[in-house]
Write a protein that binds this ligand. Sequence first.
Ligand code: THU
Length: 132
Amino acid sequence: MNRFDELDALLKNAYAPYSGFRVASVMVTKEGSLFQGVNVESVAYPTTMCAERNAIFHAVSEGAKPGDVAEVHILAKNSEGKYIEAFPCGACRQIIAELSLNEAKIYVYRSNDEISVHSISELLPHAFFSLT
Ligand code: THU
């Protein structure tokens, strides 16, 4: 399902005063519940958190369990206000893999009708899952 309008409205909540790169993410659970996230930056740059992980951490805080993450939708705009196709960073890929049990679909938006869909196992092959 196309979630462009929801993502576009969500972009205004991104806190990105340093990069100017605004990211919105909507995570959909297996049951169809929705959780939103935006990127939140800090003047202590490495403490920044991505939109995708904020959406998933929001879901986990509300009770989501490993395997519940079904879809992660991502829309981004650069500092000039242009939509930019933004794939999840490596850290977000790890979290998506783990909390979807390697089954999530990632929807990367370039515009309201240009969306590429990828499996997390394609974006993070040979994911790290176990300490044993
Ligand atoms: N960012 C995300 O929110 N998600 C990504 O997948 C890539 C990068 C954010 C982090 C930072 O606030 C800004 O984009 C520029 O890197």
